[in-house]
Design a protein around this ligand. Structure first.
Ligand SMILES: Nc1ncnc2c1ncn2[C@@H]1O[C@H](COP(=O)(O)OP(=O)(O)OP(=O)(O)O)[C@@H](O)[C@H]1O
Ligand SMILES: [Mg+2]
Length: 408
């Protein structure tokens, strides 16, 4: 088994029935999949190959052997493990201390989902290269993070500035960083998050609440949401701008508050208006991210928003995301003009963004190595309260030590 240059190797320890399928998919995705039968073979492989980026391990068939494999992967250096489990096992594992770089994939899984997860893990491990990973993830456990997730509303009263693009791609980037993410499409007028993720016929909150009126079960937002292949959970409030009477703003806000128990981050994409629904969301959101394009109309809309936010008492939750940022955008000028801090920047992705939308795939999946994707990953790190890995890498700070984890 000689290494294939440029193709990251993935060790695959799965039952025969799944192995071929996964190996084929990983090979198609540009990896060098190396199938092994048990922990003994895995040990031999790890001793001879230094280029293994992820180990995919079945946890169910032979638990003792799986546990031996897990230990082997967590030697020096640590190889992130993608542990394939049955849903019931995952429930049990939840409270046990695993390694920070581990991820779980529940059965049944699709070929696409395993490939996606491996991609995401590779992005994570390269972004955090030379860092134990532990530092990056465990540091917020002392803060609010251990108890509940945060709600991030994405809003600008001006249309077409990139709210939905940012909501979807930030959500996908957070999933790639291993977070549990629920994205709520609260734009009942022009919302299209499910389609932009290639998902059809996704049930909405309106569907569930109507059903409830007819004697159906009372379900939390987490239970109502549909899962994307990446693990991202998606919940649109409505698929139609009419017949939304059932969407009581206070009940929606309560639903979001409750959703923080099951998600690390809840992202809410809003319609560009000051509707009662939007104001109820502003009230409970932990942060309100305001995408702004560097043009006069968009900047004016934000100046107006700041006035309204002052009146509503939520100004301190607002921050700007400069979208379609040209390299020369004067951040300091923008901050001074609108009176809000810039939280992050996303360049123009041109046709790539259009392609992502057409293919129903987030950028982190479609083009993990593109600069715009790296910016979304950096944004995800900022949301999580970690110094953005991409920023750190660019600035070369890693030469002087580990990136510092900052509490949220
Ligand atoms: N960084 C970017 N690079 C390239 N295209 C972008 C970028 N951001 C947004 N777009 C494109 O601009 C258009 C508007 O973006 P988007 O739908 O995200 O805006 P929005 O603020 O959600 O609009 P609305 O107010 O109608 O909901 C879309 O066609 C999207 O693909
Ligand atoms: Mg939108």
């Amino acid at each position: 088994m000689s290494p294939m240059p440029g193709r990251p190797a993935v060790a695959v320890l799965l039952p025969a029935a799944e192995r071929t399928h996964v190996v084929d998919e990983l090979r198609k995705a540009g990896y060098d999949p190396l199938a092994v039968a048990d922990s003994k073979e895995l040990g031999e492989l790890l001793a001879t190959r230094q280029d293994i980026v992820v180990g995919v391990v079945d946890v169910e068939g032979h638990p003792d052997d799986a546990s031996r494999s897990w230990e082997l992967l967590h030697g020096t250096p640590v190889v992130p493990a993608l542990l394939v489990v049955n849903p019931a096992t995952l429930e049990r594992l939840d409270d046990e201390a695993g390694h920070e770089t581990d991820e779980y994939l529940t059965r049944p899984y699709t070929a696409e989902s395993i490939r996606w997860r491996v991609e995401a893990m590779v992005i994570r491990s390269t972004a955090a290269a030379d860092v134990s990973g532990t530092e990056l993830v465990t540091d917020f456990e002392g803060g609010d993070w251990g108890r509940r997730g945060q709600v991030v509303a994405v809003f600008n009263p001006k249309g077409g500035v990139g709210k939905t693009t940012i909501a979807v791609n930030l959500a996908a980037a957070l999933v790639a960083r291993g977070k549990r993410v629920l994205v709520v499409d609260a734009d009942t007028v022009t919302g299209h998050i499910p389609t932009s993720l290639g998902m059809d016929g996704v049930p909405t909150v309106v569907d569930h609440w109507r059903d409830e009126l007819d004697g159906g079960p009372v379900l939390s937002f987490d239970e109502q949401a549909s899962a994307h292949a990446s693990g991202l959970k998606v919940l649109p409030l409505s698929s139609s701008p009419i017949h939304t009477e059932v969407l009581d703003p206070q009940r929606v806000a309560q639903g979001l508050i409750q959703a923080r128990r099951a998600a690390d981050i809840v992202i809410v994409d809003l319609h560009p208006s000051y509707s009662p629904l939007n104001r109820a969301v502003f009230d409970m959101a932990d942060r309100i991210m305001v995408p702004v394009t560097p043009d006069l109309a968009a900047i004016r809309a934000v100046v107006k928003l700041v006035e309204v936010a002052d009146e509503l008492g939520v100004r301190d939750r607002l921050s700007l995301i400069v979208n379609r940022a040209a390299s020369g955008v004067a951040v300091a000028d923008l901050e001074r003009t609108v009176g809000l801090p810039v939280f992050g920047q996303v360049r123009s992705g041109g046709m790539l963004v259009v392609r992502a939308l057409n293919e129903g795939r987030p950028l982190v999946e479609l083009a993990p190595r593109e600069k715009i994707t790296q910016e979304f990953l950096a944004l995800a790190d900022s949301v999580m309260g970690v110094e953005p890995a991409a920023e750190t890498a660019r600035a070369g700070l890693r030469l002087f030590g580990r990136p510092i984890a900052v509490r949220a």
